[in-house]
Design a protein around this ligand. Sequence first.
Ligand code: HEC
Length: 201
Amino acid sequence: MKKNRILFFILVAAGGFAVLQSCSNKRSPGRTYMPDMQYSRAYEAYAANNLNKEGINYIPEPVEGTIRRGDLYPYNIPNTEEGYAQSASVKNPLPLPLSDDQMKEAERLYHVYCGICHGAKMDAQGPLSTGGKVPAVANLTTKVYVDMPEGTMFHSITYGKGNMGSYASQLTREERWMVVEYVKRTQLGDASQTAPTTDNN
Ligand code: HEC
């Protein structure tokens, strides 16, 4: 009887020790009951390794120098002084006028990405500008910017200029051209009249 009791205590103590042990190592999940559920055995169908093993030649990256179907051609003018001058002759490659939907989207993008500095009315009265956080914001309603070629605007928002950063990672080429068209139309005072109702684009 006494023996059993001692055995019982030893077992309880050992159990408690095991529990404490498994909790002490925070980095380990401890004993895994069903490893298949804990660790996924997913098969990555498009992983080059897997396909190449089966004799299929699959290249996960796009071939250099190619573009996605429907994409605009890359903008190749470099971010240099000569490039800036050259950008003046670049024309908007999108079919113009933009559709009403594109114009609405361009306006939305302007307010999301540009208005914070340039202001809703493009007069450099955005909160970051009036609050003094970003000095020397361009007032896009003044003559120098009204006369600025669309290509130069595209160039500047692609690479950034002065206190303005690059928008190449936030906006696709197409979106940047849409925003430039929105700025140009607004400067000319006809943002709402870009798409003739007869044109179904
Ligand atoms: C962080 C504030 C800020 C934001 C956001 C911003 N800009 Fe600017 N922008 C500036 C400043 C400052 C300048 C003046 C740069 C210079 O000439 O030194 C400028 C200049 C410009 C110019 C004149 C470029 C040139 O070549 O002189 C255009 C056009 C322009 N911005 C359009 C945009 C558009 C479109 C967006 C949104 C995609 C945008 N900006 C977002 C601060 C901003």
